[in-house]
Design a protein around this ligand. Sequence first.
Ligand SMILES: [Zn+2]
Length: 194
Amino acid sequence: MVEISKQANLPTQFGDFMIQSFREKKLFKGESYLLEHLVLRTIEIPENPLVRVHSECLTGDVFSSLKCDCGGELQMALKRIAKERGFLIYLRQEGRGIGLFNKVNAYALQDSGLDTIEANLALGFQEDERDYEIVRFIFDYYRLSQIRLLTNNPAKICAFKSMIKLTREPIIVECNAHNAHYLEVKKTKMGHLL
Ligand SMILES: [Zn+2]
C-alpha cells in the first residue's frame, strides 16, 4: 500500500525542485513498517527526463562520509537534474536495505578487514537487500514512458528495464584514499560500470 503526499516547492543550492513523498507500508517477518520515500523533480519535465534512483545513505549523503561515493553521487545527480530536467527518486533503503543500525555493525566488521559485501553476509544479510518495486509505482504515477537513467549499477538497469524504456547515463565520482577499495569491490564483485 502506498500513500502519496501533496507536492511542495523545494528550492535548493542546485536549483528549484518540487518535492513529494510516497509512504510505503511493508511487511517484515509479519511486522509492518513504513518507508517514506521522496521524489524531487524539476518543474518542467522533458519527454525523456534524466532520472536518478538513489538509495538512502545517511553517513554519505548527510555526514559527507568518505567510505563510499553516495554523497558525491547524490550532489552530482541533483546538479545535473536541475540543469537537464528530471527526477531524483530517493529511496529510504539505508545500507543496501539492511538499515542504519546494521550498517554501522557492518562498518565495524569492515574495520576488522572484511569488504562491504563480506560484512553484510557475515551479519546474515544478502549482499544487496534492496527492492525497487516502489519505483514502478512512481514511474506510473508520473506517467513516465522513457528515461535517461543516471547509474553505474547493472542491477538497477536490469530492475528498471522491465518497468520502462531507458538509456543509461554514467555517473562518475572521484575516488579518494578511503573509498578506493570500496569502489574496487563495487566494480569487481558487483559489476558496476566504473
Ligand atoms: Zn554510502
